[in-house]
Design a protein around this ligand. Structure first.
Ligand code: PEP
Ligand code: MG
Length: 589
């Protein structure tokens, strides 16, 4: 049934295809969800008791985290949490909250937030780095106490009983990763961009999604009927009866094309004139393996292993990781499974390991930089991957490589990890292939220096575009500058592929560009050997490849590389895909 209220149409960026219609669930940020209310004198003892209990619980949780971090990273990192304990045990702080209950006659949540804000603001102004950092501790601990006061263990979203469309200002990749596919049928956010990890997760989960809607979270009210068209990036509040009918017809057409594409499942990714590439899939969770097989991908070209770390409250140990990696490897054997070592940082953080806030997290202490500085965490993962390599289809890939030196250091730690397993008498593939992501311009430009140390390159276009064009990949205000067809990007891709071939190693593309059916012929024509894309995009990519002749791809690439305009390149790409696979264009529209 359509809502009788007036239809409102909003345009954003469609990041995960599909159409869904459902009631809106408004997800506000955790801090906005705590209710502030007035209290009577007689309520004060109860509020004090709630506060004291939540402090005890908070102390217990901090001790538990400290223990975990200490065994995983070492005593020094666990020391960060001493500062959290100091906040909980600060009698002046605690007493000020208790006093505030009688003077302000507000519940403990309101008084605590107020006192904590004042403490944090005062600390933030002090001209001493150490004390200034304590402001973040106060805020962190306050959030934990508030959570304990409300008795919230999981998010409200998990408790939602019927299916809904989540509307939020923004979503963290870890929030998207833990969404229950049965309950969340779509989502839309004010912020975000197509290559943010939130968008990537949405595609992996097959949830239609739109980002960059600017103010959807204030225009939609809880319970409103909402239609999401993830292909066009259109969100409709209170869709009219005619609109619903129109979409009913569109869905039928799309379903028909989808079932035609599904027939390609067991076919190879081969052009009409017999040029073959490897078409594999990107995954974030072990459960995604089913989608890899269902969509007919040949193995996994990128396993974003950091999501194993992000969707839990502690660090996964070696055995747990081994179980996850070997499950994926065994299910897909003999097809290759490339496990990327953790790429934390940027827009992906661990909730339980606090790292200092950075001005430029995408250019900060992330990925291989974090791993080389935390060899215990890194080697735990390397040993787990090595053990899973017993099934021989497993390969290792390092993210965010910016120089050959980092590759050498990572390989040295890999050798240490191998020796540790030999000492334990554990089996692994001694000849395991190691590759690197080429996603920083300096790595692309020094591919010749890196090549002798690896067996393959995989171009991460999401970051390569971000770093080359100086365009933050998650900032929707400058999304118009994020152009994968920019001449600088095409030159770096071509250079990397050529250098790889000169050194006898293959080059894949695992950024979102590889899953864009308009760009597949271009990348093929530039010589890419492997495409790794979101499982749901495998059928359309395969369709384009199978309808193409390699000569057409080569010609397109030559034209594109001679072009000066990103838009012109996009136009000729669209023209070719439209010519060889019009059903794909129709499906995407
Ligand atoms: C990339 O940067 O293109 C990539 C595939 O890695 P991620 O999106 O996880 O940064
Ligand atoms: Mg990347």
């Amino acid at each position: 049934m359509a809502d009788s209220a007036k239809e409102i149409i909003l345009q954003g960026i469609g990041v995960s295809p599909g159409v869904v219609i459902n009631r809106a669930f408004l997800l506000t940020s955790e801090e906005d969800r705590y209710v502030e209310r007035e209290i009577a004198d007689s309520d004060i003892p109860r509020e004090i008791a709630r506060f004291e209990e939540s402090l005890i619980e908070t102390r217990k949780q901090i001790h538990a985290i400290q223990k975990q971090v200490s065994s995983a990273i070492g005593q020094e990192s666990a020391g960060i949490f001493d500062a959290h304990l100091l906040v909980v045990d600060d009698r002046a702080f605690v007493e000020e909250v208790i006093r505030g209950l009688s003077t302000r006659h507000m519940n403990v949540e309101a008084v605590l937030r107020d006192v904590a804000d004042r403490y944090a603001d005062a600390l933030a102004k002090i001209e001493d780095d150490y004390l200034r950092e304590r402001a973040a501790d106060v805020r962190d601990v306050t959030r934990r106490i508030l959570r304990n006061l409300s008795g919230r263990s999981g998010s409200d979203m998990q408790k939602q009983e019927s299916p809904c469309i989540v509307i939020a200002n923004d979503l963290a990749p870890s929030e998207t990763a833990t969404m229950d596919r049965e309950k969340v049928v779509g989502f839309a956010t004010d912020l975000g961009s197509p290559t943010s990890h939130t968008a990537i997760m949405a595609r992996a989960l097959g949830i239609p999604a739109i980002v960059g809607l600017h103010d959807v979270s204030v225009r939609v009210s809880a319970g409103d009927q909402v239609l999401i068209d993830g292909n066009k990036g259109v969100l409709i509040i209170h869709p009219s009866a005619e609109r619903l009918e129109e979409y009913g017809k569109l869905l039928e057409t799309r379903k028909h094309i989808e079932s035609e594409l599904a027939r390609l499942k067991d076919e190879s990714a081969e052009t009409r004139d017999g040029y073959m590439v490897l078409l594999s899939a990107n995954i974030e969770r072990t459960d995604d393996v089913d989608a890899v097989q269902a969509n007919g991908a040949c193995g996994v070209g990128l396993f974003r292993s950091e999501f194993l770390y992000m969707t839990r409250e502690d660090l996964p140990n070696e055995d747990e990781q081994y179980a996850a990696y070997s499950r994926v490897a065994q299910q897909l054997a003999p097809d290759p499974v490339i496990i990327r070592t953790i790429d934390l940082g940027g827009d992906k953080f661990l909730s339980h390991v606090r790292t200092a806030e950075e001005m430029n997290p995408f250019m900060g202490w992330r990925a291989i930089r974090f791993c080389l500085a935390q060899p215990d965490i890194f080697k735990t993962q390397l040993r787990a991957i090595l053990r899973a390599s017993e099934s021989e289809n497993v390969k290792i890939m390092y993210p965010m490589i910016s120089s050959v030196d980092e590759v050498k250091q990572a390989n040295a730690l890999l050798e240490e990890s191998k020796q540790e397993l030999r000492d334990r008498g554990m089996a692994f593939n001694e000849e395991i292939d190691v590759g690197v992501m080429i996603e920083i311009p300096s790595a692309a430009l020094t591919a010749d220096l890196i090549a002798p140390h690896v067996k393959f390159f995989s171009i991460g276009t999401n970051d390569l575009v971000q770093y080359t064009l100086a365009v933050d990949r998650v900032n929707e205000r400058i999304a118009y500058l994020y152009e994968p067809t920019h001449p600088a990007i095409l030159k770096l891709i071509k250079h990397t592929i050529d250098v790889g071939h000169e050194h006898g190693i293959w080059t894949g593309i695992c950024g979102e560009m590889a899953g864009n059916p308009l760009m597949v012929p271009l990348l093929m024509g530039m010589g890419a050997d492997e495409f790794s894309v979101s499982p749901s995009l495998v059928p359309v990519v395969k369709d384009v490849i199978r309808n193409l002749r390699y000569a057409q791809a080569e010609e397109l690439a030559a034209q594109a590389l001679a072009s000066v305009s990103p838009k012109e390149v996009l136009d000729i790409c669209r023209k070719l895909t439209q010519e060889v696979a019009p059903e794909v264009i129709e499906f995407l529209n």
